[in-house]
Ligand binder design. Sequence first.
Ligand code: ZN
Ligand code: ZN
Length: 170
Amino acid sequence: MTEPAPTPIYCANHPGRETGLRCHRCDKPICYECAIKTPVGQICSDCYKSARAKYYNGEVYDLPIGIAIGFIMGGLIGALSYLFLGRIPFLGFIIAFIAGPAAGGAVAEVLRRGLRRRRAQGMKPGATIAFVVGFLAAGFFLVGFPSMFFFWSALLLGALAASTLYARLL
Ligand SMILES: [Zn+2]
Ligand SMILES: [Zn+2]
């Protein structure tokens, strides 16, 4: 007597390819090439896409709104930095070290509240770049080019704020 061979299972995307692997979420057979590694196990691309769509629950206007908020806040913080920090040569640096990360954290919080904690894809780089552009635009209008690149304490504050903002955003 011979044992009946177990019915071979084939990858859902590659009909000719036998596999022993199944999607961790929907149980669909998938091959190693189709499997996507996640912290909860190997899943198929359909499940990956729907999980991703659920994570990024932002709405269409969220990213443009986030970019606008980043730009405006960058402009405001830039204006304050260029107007006041440049006038206090040594203390300006100390203030920049303290106020930079605080300002970045505040912008991140404004964004989070403004978007009601929704996550939009591309927000992290988008809002950070908008912040930097707004910051430099304020410098350009207040002190002009190329002087804006010699206000070291203002630039330091802007850089610290931007890196904190980037780190805080999702
Ligand atoms: Zn699946
Ligand atoms: Zn496959």
